[in-house]
Design a protein around this ligand. Structure first.
Ligand code: M6R
Length: 601
C-alpha cells in the first residue's frame, strides 16, 4: 500500500530518497515524509498530498557525508492523511517508516502510555518507535532493543528504523509486506519495490518473512529467528525506461497502447505452431488435478472469472472463482486434488496472498499468474507463470488484465492438450491467439472516435455495462475501469439478469454500454439490449454488426473468434474510461482513495 525507501552511505541522501519515492508514489499518495540522520544532525520533513509537496518543502535541504535516511509515501489505514499521521514517525531520537498493519498496536500503546509515553499520531506505526526507545531506556543495546521490538509486533510489516542511538545503521524487519535490500559497495539501499533502486544497484535481496537485521556502510547483518543468514542476491532489472510515460499524457494511456507489445511478449516461447508450452510447469503437475479454484481481487478477479469459462469450455475441467477477501473467511471445504490458482498483478495483494497461504496449509497445489517476479505470491506458490506486462504504473490496471486473460487462455489450452483436445480445435485457438497483438494495436481513428463520443457520457445517473458469457466478466471490468477513474457510478451486469430488477432504473439518463459479440449468444444479447432500449435507456453498442436502435455505436473489426472480440472490446472500454476521466479533469493515474498495491486487508 505504502512505499518505503532507505539509504545508508555517504551520497546526497535527500535525492536518493525522493527519487525512490517518486517511483513508488503510485502505491499510495496521501502524504509523504523523509528523515535524515548525519552525525548528530537530525532533519525530517513531512507533507500532506502528493510527493511534489514534500519535494517543495525540502528544496533547500541537502545532506552529504556519511549518514542514513528513510522515506515513505503513504496510503492511510489508521488515521487521516495529516502531517502528524505521515511517516516517518518519531520518538526522542529515532524515526521509523512502516508498510503494513500492526494488529496489536492498541495493546502496546496502552502499555507505553502507562509508562508516561505520549503519542502524537493516530497510527499503528508510532508504537514501533516508542517501543524501541522504551527498550533502549531499559538499557538494552540498540540492536537488541530493535530485535525485542520486532518480537512484540503482530500483523504485517516492512520496517526501517534509524536512531541517534545507532549511528550509521538502518534497522530493518519484514513480515508479510515487501522489502528488499540492494547493496552497492559502501552504499546500501532499501525499498518496498525494485523500481526505486533500479540504476543505483545491480542486485538485491528480497527479504523473506521473519527477516530482520541492520545495514551499515556496506555491511548487512541479516537474521531470521535466532540464526544469522547470508542474503541471496538476485540481479535487478537494468533500467526503468519502460516505466516512464514516453510522451503519453498518462501512464494508463501508455499502458493501453503497450498492450499489443506485451501480449506478444507474453506468448513468446509459449505459443508454438501447434502447441502451448510452459517451461515453468513441471511434467505431471496436473496429473492428479480434478478441479480448479481461482482467487483474486479487483481486475485480477475479472480475469479469473473470464478464465472460468475457458477452463470449463476448453479444458473440460471444473473451475470456480472467488474474491479472495471472501474466500479467506468462508471456511471453504478444500480437497487436495484441487489446483489453487491465484491471479495478481502485483503479487503483494494481502487478501490473495493470505488465501494462498491458507490453501497451502491445507495441502493444495498452487499456481500463480503474476506480473512481478520475486513478489510474495510468486515466492509462496509451487509454480508461477509470469504475465510479462512490464511495470504497470497506472492505478487502473489495463495491460496487466490483458496479459492475465491471455495467460489464463494459454493455460486453458495447455490443460486441454494434456486432456487430448482435438488438434483442429487447438490450431484454431492458437491462430486466434496469435492475432491478439494485432487486435490490440490502437488505431488513431478509433481513439479519436471514442474521444469525441466521450463528451456525451459525462452526466446521467449511472452506467450499466452488460454482456453475456465471457463478456460478462468484461462488462464487470469495463464498469470497474470507468468508476475507478471517472468517479461515476457504473455497474457490470450479466445482460440476461437486467430484467430481474436493474431494468427498473432504465430511462434516458441511464447509459448502457452493450458488449455485443457476433460469436457468442448474439441473438440473446440483442434481445436484452432491445428490452432496455424500449425503456428509453441510452445505448452505446460495441459490436462488429451495426445495431440500428443504438444511440451510439462503436464498430469492432476482429469478430472471427470470441477472444478476438473480447480483446477488441476490452480496448474500447479502456479508452472510453480514459477519455471520460480526462474530460472530467481527473487524475487518471492516481485516482482518489486508491492505491496500486493493496498490501493490507
Ligand atoms: O495486484 P493485484 O492484481 O492483486 O491487485 C488486485 C486489485 O487491487 C486491482 O486489480 C485493482 O482492482 C485495480 N485498481 C484495478 O484497476
Amino acid at each position: 500500500m505504502c512505499g518505503i525507501v532507505g539509504y545508508t552511505g555517504a551520497k546526497e541522501k535527500k535525492e536518493i530518497i525522493l527519487d525512490g519515492l517518486k517511483e513508488l508514489e503510485y502505491r499510495g499518495y496521501d502524504s509523504a515524509g523523509i528523515a535524515v540522520l548525519s552525525g548528530d544532525d537530525i532533519e525530517y520533513f513531512k507533507a500532506v498530498g502528493k510527493l511534489d509537496n514534500l519535494i517543495k518543502k525540502t528544496e533547500n535541504f541537502q545532506s552529504y557525508g556519511p549518514g542514513v535516511a528513510i522515506g515513505h509515501t503513504r496510503w492511510a489505514t489508521h488515521g487521516k492523511p495529516t502531517e502528524l499521521n505521515a511517516h516517518p514517525h518519531l520518538g526522542k531520537e529515532s524515526f521509523v517508516v512502516h508498510n503494513g498493519i500492526i494488529e496489536n498496536y492498541k495493546e502496546i500503546k496502552d502499555e507505553l502510555e502507562k509508562e508516561g509515553i505520549a503519542f502524537l499520531s493516530q497510527t499503528d506505526t508510532e508504537v514501533i518507535v516508542h517501543l524501541y526507545e522504551f527498550y533502549l531506556s531499559q538499557r538494552l543495546e540498540a540492536f537488541e532493543a530493535f530485535k525485542k521490538t520486532v518480537g512484540r509486533l503482530e500483523g504485517a510489516y516492512a520496517i526501517l528504523l534509524i536512531s541517534r542511538s545507532a549511528e550509521g545503521k538502518i534497522f530493518f524487519a519484514k513480515n508479510g509486506s515487501p522489502l528488499l535490500i540492494a547493496p552497492d559497495g559502501e552504499d546500501v539501499y532499501f525499498a518496498s519495490s525494485d523500481t526505486a533502486v533500479i540504476g543505483r544497484a545491480r542486485e538485491a535481496y528480497y527479504l523473506e518473512d521473519g527477516d530482520y537485521g541492520y545495514a551499515q556502510m556496506g555491511d548487512i547483518l541479516l537474521y531470521n529467528g535466532e540464526s544469522e543468514i547470508s542474503p541471496k542476491m538476485k540481479p535487478l532489472p537494468a533500467n526503468v525506461d519502460t516505466a516512464r510515460k514516453d510522451g503519453y499524457r498518462f501512464f494508463m494511456e501508455k499502458e493501453i497502447y503497450e498492450q499489443s507489445i506485451v501480449t506478444a511478449d507474453t506468448m513468446l516461447g509459449r505459443v508454438l505452431d501447434s502447441q502451448i508450452n510452459f517451461e515453468e510447469i513441471p511434467q505431471g503437475f496436473f496429473d492428479d488435478v480434478e478441479d480448479i479454484r481461482i482467487c483474486a481481487c479487483g481486475t485480477s478477479y475479472h480475469a479469473a472469472l473470464t478464465a472460468s469459462y475457458l477452463f470449463e469450455r476448453i479444458s473440460k475441467i471444473r473451475c470456480s472463482v472467488e474474491i479472495a477477501s471472501e474466500f479467506r473467511y468462508k471456511e471453504p471445504l478444500l480437497q487436495k486434488k484441487t489446483l489453487f490458482i491465484s491471479v495478481s498483478q502485483s503479487g503483494e495483494t494481502a487478501d490473495t496472498l493470505e488465501a494462498l497461504k491458507m490453501v497451502k496449509r491445507a495441502g493444495l497445489k498452487s499456481l500463480a499468474i503474476c506480473n512481478v517476479d520475486n513478489s510474495s505470491i510468486v515466492r509462496e506458490s509451487d509454480v508461477s507463470i509470469l504475465t510479462r506486462a512490464g511495470i504497470e504504473k497506472g492505478v487502473a490496471s489495463t495491460k496487466a488484465f490483458a496479459t492475465q486473460v491471455l495467460t489464463l487462455w494459454m493455460l486453458s489450452l495447455y490443460l486441454a492438450q494434456d486432456r487430448g483436445i482435438d488438434s483442429q480445435i487447438l490450431s484454431k485457438e492458437i491462430e486466434a491467439m496469435r492475432h491478439i497483438p494485432v487486435v490490440l494495436r490502437v488505431e488513431e481513428s478509433l481513439h479519436q472516435k471514442i474521444h469525441r463520443l466521450s463528451k456525451r457520457y459525462l452526466h446521467g445517473h449511472g452506467f450499466f455495462f452488460i454482456g453475456r458469457d465471457l463478456f460478462y466478466p468484461l462488462a464487470l471490468e469495463g464498469a470497474l475501469k470507468l468508476k475507478e477513474i471517472s468517479y461515476l457510478h457504473a455497474e457490470g451486469y450479466p445482460a440476461g439478469e437486467m430484467k430481474h430488477g436493474p431494468i427498473a432504473l432504465a430511462d434516458s439518463e441511464l447509459f448502457t454500454i452493450a458488449l455485443m459479440p457476433s460469436t457468442i449468444l448474439s441473438d440473446k444479447i440483442r434481445s436484452n439490449v432491445e428490452e432496455l432500449s424500449a425503456r428509453d435507456a441510452t445505448i452505446l453498442a460495441i459490436s462488429a454488426e451495426p445495431f440500428d436502435i443504438a444511440d451510439d455505436f462503436i464498430a469492432i473489426k476482429h469478430d472471427s473468434h470470441p477472444m478476438t472480440e473480447f480483446f477488441e472490446m476490452m480496448l474500447v472500454t479502456q479508452l472510453l474510461a480514459l477519455e471520460i476521466s480526462v474530460r472530467l479533469g481527473n487524475d487518471v493515474d492516481m485516482p482518489r482513495n486508491l492505491a496500486k498495491s493493496v498490501t493490507v486487508e
